[in-house]
Design a protein around this ligand. Structure first.
Ligand code: MN
Length: 204
């Protein structure tokens, strides 16, 4: 049911380290991508050595592993997906079929933003807030603790908000709301819309 078959790697950022300033700083990207994500990649590779997962894709691991292996593998998937959704020239609003689905599920794009931001603020501790689609294109907001990912619920991720402190602490210290609000400026709805089109074309 997964839409992709990913390698266990840290994908290179599709923009420069300074490109998302002032919304995401160079320092945050250096630590978040080059330190945190790379550590999750290295730990996953270490954990699968000599096991039945040695040749598995990231999605196969996420759908069948648990414990430390699930946590590290899901964090690799989540972060690659997260970094790819940003752009310095982000399309600021959803359009087309995705916008229609957002209006149907949440009333408006503004209400979707408000609800996702509220979920991000109320998620206790570390985790992720996702916008996901089911196989029929119906949208849901899904909050997950720690490394959680909607793929394990049979859903298709569209957009991810990382609410681990490492995602915002360098730029905003304890102010998670500022970190989340900054992201709305760089989330590229062209990319999210393309993800939605891919899901619809694969599940029809
Ligand atoms: Mn993170």
């Amino acid at each position: 049911m997964t839409t992709t078959f990913s390698k266990i790697e840290a994908k290179p950022l599709p923009y420069s380290y300074q490109a998302l300033e002032p919304y995401l700083s160079e320092q945050t990207l250096i630590y978040h991508h080059d330190k945190h994500l790379v550590a999750y990649v290295n730990k996953t590779l270490e954990l699968i050595q000599g096991t039945s997962f040695a040749d598995a894709t990231l999605e196969q691991i996420i759908l069948s592993a648990d414990g430390a292996l699930f946590n590290n593998a899901a964090q690799v998937w989540n972060h690659n997906f997260y970094f790819e959704q940003f752009s310095p020239q982000a399309q600021q609003k959803p359009e087309g079929e995705l916008l229609q689905a957002i209006d149907t599920a949440f009333g408006s794009y503004k209400k979707l933003r408000e609800r996702m931001t509220a979920e991000a603020l109320s998620l206790f501790g570390s985790g992720w807030v996702w916008l996901a689609s089911d196989a029929h294109g119906k949208l849901k907001i899904v909050s997950k603790p720690n490394a959680g990912n909607p793929l394990t619920d049979g859903l298709y991720p569209l957009l991810a908000i990382d609410v681990w402190e490492h995602a915002y602490y360098i730029d905003h210290r304890n102010a998670r709301v500022e970190g989340v609000n900054a992201l709305w400026n760089i989330i590229d709805w062209k990319i999210i819309g393309q993800r939605y089109e891919d899901i619809l074309s694969q599940t029809k």
